[in-house]
Design a protein around this ligand. Structure first.
Ligand code: ADP
Length: 568
């Protein structure tokens, strides 16, 4: 750095001095030409009276550095101060300065002299002598050699360069020491910023320009420090929130290394810490496989898993970091052991209650039926008995549906593997609603067929509930379209109706047990409020999917997709 500054100072001095030297030589050179011209004119004017009086007077005259030539009107040289042997000279009438003089416009002329071998300045003038003769007086001076000046100049410049070198060295040493000190403090400060230590980073200088730059830098450091502190605070807040969540959170990078893990997840997986590999902390191979599969899949669906005596609900998905190609994997783990236990208890109660209700209800139904058969249609008690009978049928249906759901939940249901034609099941199903179809004037269309292996009873239950709803909640003269497709390893069933539709706020709940949009309408159709809950359970039992789309007052479309072969 120091050497560079010295070298640069020296080169600048050298360049400046050389430029100055060349400029002065040019200036001197041109002033020399003007001097010679003036001198020649002045000397000619001084000599003019002498020549006028008597030309021979010039024989005794000698002028330093100036050659005097007298030429007669024929161009012959009659006198030349440089030689006595002037007779040898050529005729001078063609010389430019002589021509100028003869024309009455004397002017200084510069020309190369063959006889002297250098550049010469000439000036000539006509002189009418007192004796009646006319002569041309010509004065000439040599152009001085440029080296006459440059020789001295080079010597002077050499001295100046040596002096400027010494001065440059002293100046540059001082300057570089100053600059180096400031740059070192700047480097140390930047190093501190880089390592995240913003405290005590202040840059100082005495120089006004540097001061303004460093003030900007100090301001920049302050802003950086504020931003850094804010980011740190936000990060701490976020980590506190994540750490105090009841849900386990794990964030992994693209190589499967843990970037963030909260307390719940850390405790679950043997006090796992950031930088551990996900594969290292999850000892259960199946669980690890399910998580990586979920991370690589497009869907954000949760899956259930029993791990360390806990019922877990796990969601794993990828997120893209900003605009880079790097992904972060997010794993959210909820401990649903208590909820599961509660729901199990509910199911047990549900099953027991239904079971207990079944026998007395069957008796009520049977007894009311026999009493009704023995009662006269017109007697006052007939109406009440009829009501008891229909309500007992409805209650019986509810209890049967409750028991069926209990079986589906307990997975204690028979699952025979039979080849099923769904078109056939649809036909059987809608025939059972023949009376209602006729009353409402509903048109049923079945297109295509779909085949699968499963338990006919279960699949029929599912389909008949959907077709039943499409009929019950349809309008007068409406229609029900059933489209069936065989798709690779899937059977697709689409049931659309032109009925009353379902408002968006009810859609998320209609598969819940006993949820009805319009209770009285459901009851009037003999609905139990359990139809869609049964559909949902059967679809789940066969690892299928259920999708419900509806527009109020326009109709509902329900799509069920079953795997063709059962997945266990
Ligand atoms: P329900 O026995 O009352 O029909 P479901 O579980 O089958 O019970 O259906 C729940 C509720 O969803 C129904 O009460 C009804 O309000 C609504 N629903 C189901 N299917 C349809 C449909 N196709 N069109 C309109 N509403 C429907």
């Amino acid at each position: 750095m120091k050497r560079k500054i010295i070298l640069q100072s020296f080169l600048i001095s050298l360049f400046t001095l050389t430029a100055l030297f060349i400029a002065s030589i040019i200036a001197f050179y041109s002033s020399q030409a003007n001097n010679i011209k003036d001198t020649l004119i002045e000397l000619t004017a001084t000599l003019e009276p002498v020549v006028k009086k008597d030309v021979s007077l010039l024989d005794d005259l000698s002028l330093e550095n100036t050659r005097i030539t007298i030429v007669d009107m024929q161009g012959n040289v009659v006198f030349d101060s440089s030689t006595d042997n002037y007779q040898i000279f050529d005729n001078h009438l063609d010389r430019e300065e002589i021509v100028n003089a003869m024309n009455g416009s004397p002017a200084v002329v510069k020309r190369y002299s063959q006889s002297l071998g250098c550049n010469m300045y000439y000036y000539a003038k006509l002189v009418n002598c007192d004796n009646g003769e006319t002569y041309i007086v010509r004065l000439a001076q040599k152009e001085k050699d440029i080296w006459t000046y440059t020789g001295l100049g080079i010597f002077l410049i050499a001295i100046t360069i040596i002096i400027s070198l010494v001065v440059s060295y002293l100046f540059a040493s001082k300057l570089s020491a100053k600059v180096t000190n400031q740059l070192t403090s700047l480097r140390d400060g930047l190093r501190n910023i880089n390592s995240g230590d913003y405290d005590n980073v202040t840059f100082q200088t005495n120089n006004a320009l540097n001061l303004s730059i460093l003030n900007e830098m100090n301001e920049l450091v302050k802003n950086l420090q504020d931003n850094y502190n804010n980011a740190q605070n936000e990060k701490t807040k976020l980590y506190n929130i994540i750490d105090n969540m009841t849900q386990g959170v794990i964030v992994v990078n693209s190589i499967g290394e843990i970037v963030l893990i909260n307390n719940v997840a850390s405790l679950l997986f043997g006090n796992a810490q950031p930088k551990n590999l996900l594969s290292g902390i999850i000892s259960d191979k199946k669980l690890y496989e399910l998580i990586t599969k979920a991370l690589n899949s497009e869907q954000k669906e949760a899956f259930a898993y029993t791990f360390a005596d806990k019922e877990l609900k796990i969601t794993a998905f990828d997120i893209l970091i900003n605009n880079s190609n790097d992904f972060l994997g997010i794993i959210l783990i909820s401990d649903v052991t208590k909820e599961k236990e509660l729901s199990k208890q509910k199911s047990i109660f549900f099953a027991n209650a239904s079971h207990e209700l079944k026998t007395p209800l069957t008796s009520v139904q049977g007894l009311s039926e026999s009493l009704l058969a023995r009662t006269d249609d017109n007697s006052p008690s007939y109406k009440y008995l009829k009501r008891i009978y229909t309500e007992s049928i409805r209650l019986h249906n509810i209890v049967m549906d409750m028991l069926y759901i209990s079986k589906l939940e307990g997975k204690s249901i028979d699952k025979n593997h039979e080849n099923i034609s769904i078109a056939k099941l649809c036909e059987d199903s809608y025939l059972s609603y023949g009376k209602e179809i006729e009353q409402k004037g509903i048109t049923i269309n079945i297109q295509g067929d779909a085949h699968m292996v499963g338990d006919v009873h279960n699949i029929y239950e599912c389909i008949t509930n959907l077709i039943g709803n499409a009929i019950h909640y349809n309008k007068q003269n409406g229609s029900v379209d059933i489209k069936l497709f065989d798709e690779d390893d899937k059977a697709r069933i689409i049931i659309s109706d032109t009925g009353i539709g379902i408002a968006p706020q009810h859609l998320p709940h209609i598969c819940e047990r006993f949820y009805r949009v319009d209770k009285s309408r459901s009851k009037s159709t003999g609905g139990t409020g359990l139809g869609l809950a049964i559909v949902k359970h059967i679809v789940a039992l066969y690892n299928g999917t259920l999708d419900i789309k509806s527009t109020l007052d326009a109709g509902t479309t329900i799509t069920v997709v079953f795997p063709k072969e059962p997945i266990d």
